[in-house]
Design a protein around this ligand. Structure first.
Ligand SMILES: Nc1ncnc2c1ncn2[C@@H]1O[C@H](COP(=O)(O)OP(=O)(O)O)[C@@H](O)[C@H]1O
Ligand SMILES: [Mg+2]
Length: 321
């Protein structure tokens, strides 16, 4: 018996013989805001798409994904079952808002449609009234209800996608780089609207980003992914001030302006993220890690609990309190 909103256990994702995501365990509690961070190519989006049942055909997922209120496993569920859940219990906001919107439908109708499809409002006029309210919630003027997506800016479109995502009071909202494609001037507003939206509904949030500052603003707990694996997890403050995994330590140093050297050069993690199927055996980070030894040729065991722990043979910092 679990009280978590989302429970992912032993998630493996592969294409043919190439493993893309390995042994991912992840939980999100009721109303909890969990971040998933890591460099591009770490397996964050594939993890999200596995949960949503939106992996491309050539990609296979095994393991289990359970969502509160849904009796069956989402892995292996058929498309009809998944489309009943998606947009109702489980909502999403991706990087590119245009892909989520119908270019030929007015904004007001699209927001109302998301409620009518899932029968969460008794009729069209009730759904339209909620649509108007949602538009106000994302701080857009009411006359945009009659507009088409192409008449809006990127930031306005993403706010519409958010309004649609929140329309049915989802138990869980998954955001994958929701502000990465937007002008910096509107990023903070969209982030704030996401946060206010989930807080107002007590929805749980799984928030994916490569931007550590964003995670620090939005999330309570964080998981760090690299090479398709979760390498560290814990409360945001704990992980950011006292990282244990050498990869987390590198990520934080690389994001911190204060660690620039005397000539003003930023610290970076040496090397680059290997392409899928080209990570070393044992610890996936060992070919870029300044602390790697022969021991790292063996896979490090997870130390701690799934909610707070790491997998590293030569951890940094002090044991978590
Ligand atoms: N359909 C696919 N076929 C083959 N490899 C893929 C596919 N989708 C993603 N990958 C690879 O899987 C790895 C993880 O991708 P992704 O989850 O998108 O990373 P992230 O979101 O952390 O940047 C990358 O190396 C990516 O190139
Ligand atoms: Mg991604």
């Amino acid at each position: 018996m679990t009280t978590d909103v989302l429970t992912v256990q032993g998630l493996n994702v592969s294409v043919g013989d190439t493993s893309l995501v390995s042994d991912v365990d992840l939980t999100v509690g009721p109303g909890e805001r969990v971040g998933l961070i890591g460099e591009s190519g770490s397996g964050k989006s594939l993890t999200a798409l596995s949960i949503l049942g939106l992996l491309p055909d050539e990609v296979t997922a095994t393991g289990s994904v359970h969502l509160t209120g849904v009796a069956h496993d989402l892995i292996g569920a058929d498309e009809r079952a998944l489309s009943r859940i998606r947009g109702r219990d489980l909502a999403m906001v991706f990087q590119e808002p245009m892909t989520a919107l119908n270019p030929t439908m007015r904004i007001g109708d699209q927001i109302a449609e998301s409620m009518l499809i899932h029968h969460t409002r008794p009729n069209r006029s009730a759904a339209r009234a909620v649509a108007a309210d949602l538009l106000e919630r994302v701080q857009l003027p009411a006359d945009l209800l009659r507009a088409y997506p192409h008449q809006l800016s990127g930031g306005q479109r993403q706010r519409i996608v958010l309004a649609i995502a929140l329309a049915n009071d989802p138990a869980l909202l998954i955001c994958d780089e929701p502000t990465t494609a937007l002008d910096v001037t509107v990023q903070a507003l969209v982030l704030d609207l996401i946060l206010q939206g989930v807080l107002a509904r007590s929805s749980a949030l799984l928030f994916i980003t490569h931007d550590l500052a964003v995670v620090a603003t939005v999330c309570e707990r964080v998981l760090v992914m690299y090479g398709g694996r979760v390498v560290e997890s814990g409360p945001v403050r704990e992980v950011f001030t006292n990282p244990r995994h050498r990869y987390t330590q590198g990520l934080i140093a690389a994001s911190n302006l204060e660690t620039a050297d005397a000539r003003g050069r930023l610290t970076t993690i040496p090397g680059s993220v290997p392409s899928a199927g080209h990570f070393p055996s044992g610890c996936v980070f060992r070919n870029r890690c300044p602390h790697a030894t022969d021991r790292c040729a063996t896979t490090p065991a997870w130390s701690g609990t799934p909610a707070t722990g790491y997998a590293c043979h030569h951890p940094a910092g002090a044991p978590h309190a």
